[in-house]
Design a binder for this molecule. Structure first.
Ligand code: F6P
Length: 320
């Protein structure tokens, strides 16, 4: 392959720029041409496509967000959208596509693959909810952002002897809550992948209070319920001076961590290796610290992401 394109799609994630840089620089290093597609699949259909050269990806490795912009574009699930997208790729002489994004974006790559256009997916989402990879680009930065917020919230929680419900993103996945919760010493972590008993949550807070514990931090994944709803339900078991802090999109921004930049650089470089060899229909992942490529159809249709639930048990054993 001589000419490839790259797009970022769905919710942005810190480290996407590092991946864009890696794809572009590696492709140029290999004597290939790279085109950037703005605004994900929406830009693909609209033909918002431009050539990327070495300086276009300079000074971006440290920046959050994505210089190619992003969009949610459900219209790409239609035949019309997909055919139009392929028409645009053909018009620009593009032979392969790198898609950086989460679950929705992977389905776009899958659709192109099924229509015979070589696409390679790179997992880029703070949610860490992509099958066949231990980590997605952006996850590490996101959990460190939550951790920073938790450390700050604990200061004020202690001063006022309050319970805080810290609601974090993750869509249907509990990974962000789980990892940040363990790292931040959360009293409880509430995730969609594990049931919980509000009476036990209340009991634990009460026991902590009785021991003289001043703060209580509960990290709640948004996929379970909203922080305010959780606080209302908790209030039925007693007055714990609860406050709710919804971290929201703050967790999606910021300069990527070293770990995310390295992961993005490895993934981006490997995507180019695959396309250079004419291989498409694959999604990249990191399994046991090894960068791997898996069939995108089988990955999306047969595999499901599972968080590391041993962390949940661990937290119960060491956080009270
Ligand atoms: O997928 C990333 C994510 O940030 C989820 O954690 C969250 O549920 C969703 O995107 C929010 O999407 P939007 O920015 O479109 O509201």
């Amino acid at each position: 392959m001589k000419r490839i394109a790259i797009l970022t799609s769905g919710g942005d994630a810190p480290g996407m720029n590092a991946a864009i840089r890696a794809v572009t620089r590696k492709a140029i290093h290999e004597g290939m041409e790279v085109y950037g597609i703005n605004y994900g699949f929406a830009g693909l259909v609209a033909g918002d496509i431009r050539k990327l050269d070495v300086p276009d990806v300079g000074d971006i490795i440290q920046r959050g967000g994505t210089v190619l912009y992003s969009a949610r574009y459900p219209e790409f699930s239609t035949e019309e959208g997909q055919l139009k997208g392929i028409e645009q790729l053909n018009k620009f002489g593009i032979e392969g596509l790198v898609v950086i994004g989460g679950d929705g974006s992977y389905h776009g790559a899958l659709a192109l693959t099924k229509r015979g256009f070589p696409a390679v997916g790179i997992p880029g989402t703070i949610d860490n909810d992509i099958p066949m990879t231990d980590y997605t680009i952006g996850f590490d930065t996101a959990i460190n952002t939550v951790l920073d917020a938790m450390d700050k919230i604990r200061d004020t929680a202690t001063s006022h002897v309050r319970t805080f419900i810290i609601e974090v993103m993750g869509r249907d996945a509990g990974d962000i809550a789980l990892w940040a919760g363990v790292a931040g010493g959360a009293d409880d972590i509430i995730i969609p992948e594990h049931d919980f008993d509000m009476a036990q949550v209340a009991k634990k807070i009460r026991e902590g209070r009785d021991r003289g514990k001043k703060h209580c931090l509960i990290v709640l994944a948004e996929g379970v319920m909203s922080g305010h709803k959780f606080a209302d339900q908790l209030a039925e078991y007693g007055d714990f001076h609860a406050r709710v802090s919804v971290l929201g999109h703050v967790v999606r921004g910021g300069s990527p961590s070293a770990r995310d930049r390295v992961l993005a650089s490895k993934f981006g470089s490997f995507a180019v290796d695959l396309l250079k060899d004419g291989q498409g229909g694959l999604c990249i992942g990191s399994l046991n610290n090894e960068v791997v490529a898996n069939d995108i159809v089988a990955t999306l249709e047969e595999k499901k992401h599972q968080p590391d639930l041993s962390l949940y048990d661990l937290n119960h054993q060491i956080s009270f």
